[in-house]
Design a protein around this ligand. Structure first.
Ligand code: GTP
Length: 185
């Protein structure tokens, strides 16, 4: 008897966020397991083979930089993503405000049915002695597509592999409600 199994789909993780929050550093820290002192504006797209990911699924990690790409590229990448990580710097209130004023509306514009899970990633936790998570919970209540949030540091490597694991998990084991009462009218 031949048992056919469907190959698991590729998970495409896109990192977005204001300039300088550390998107490229996070990707390069994951890959090289050390903090890169000098980073290009944009990391090359990275493919992680299934057998070295926790969920055994091939995973692409995609960086975005407005210094090298246009807003139309950004919209296209958001549409192609299976999960979007919105990165903010924990020491920068302005970029935290832009999660709700800019990034989440932009993601919704490209996925009007809120079908694309989002992970909020607070980077540069090495620079502060407080947590931003309490404030972030308010944002999570407003946008049900936000699956989870995590604080990390590309510099000290704290929670780096966990961050990418959460992103993978948000696609493979989403917890967001598939039926929204608000949309039922
Ligand atoms: P754009 O390409 O402009 O969109 O920026 P980016 O979000 O890719 O940020 P990038 O990785 O270029 O990092 C910006 C600056 O923040 C660099 O000077 C990094 O060294 C620094 N940086 C990145 N991550 C951390 C971190 O976890 N801690 C600290 N202290 N600095 C960091």
């Amino acid at each position: 008897m031949v048992v056919k199994t469907t190959p698991k789909r590729t998970v495409r993780i896109l990192l977005v966020g204001d300039s300088g929050v550390g998107k490229t550093s996070l990707i390069l820290s994951l890959v090289s397991e050390e903090f890169p002192e000098n980073v290009p504006h944009k990391a090359e797209e990275i493919t992680i083979p299934a057998d070295v990911t926790p969920e055994q699924v091939p995973t692409n990690i995609v960086d975005f930089s407005l210094a090298e790409q246009t807003e139309s590229d950004l919209n296209e990448q958001i549409r192609k993503a299976s999960v979007v990580c919105v990165v903010y710097a924990v020491d920068d209130d302005d970029c935290i405000d832009r999660i709700t004023s800019y990034w989440m509306p932009l993601i919704r514009q490209n996925h009007p049915d809120s079908s694309c899970p989002v992970v909020l990633v607070g980077n540069k936790i090495d620079l502060v002695e407080y947590s931003t998570i309490d404030g972030i919970f308010g944002i999570m209540e407003e946008f049900s597509e936000i699956e989870t949030c995590i604080e990390c540091s590309a510099k000290t490597l704290k929670n780096i592999s966990e961050m990418f694991y959460y992103a993978q998990k948000a696609v493979l084991h989403p917890t967001a409600p598939i039926y929204s009462v608000e949309k039922a009218d």
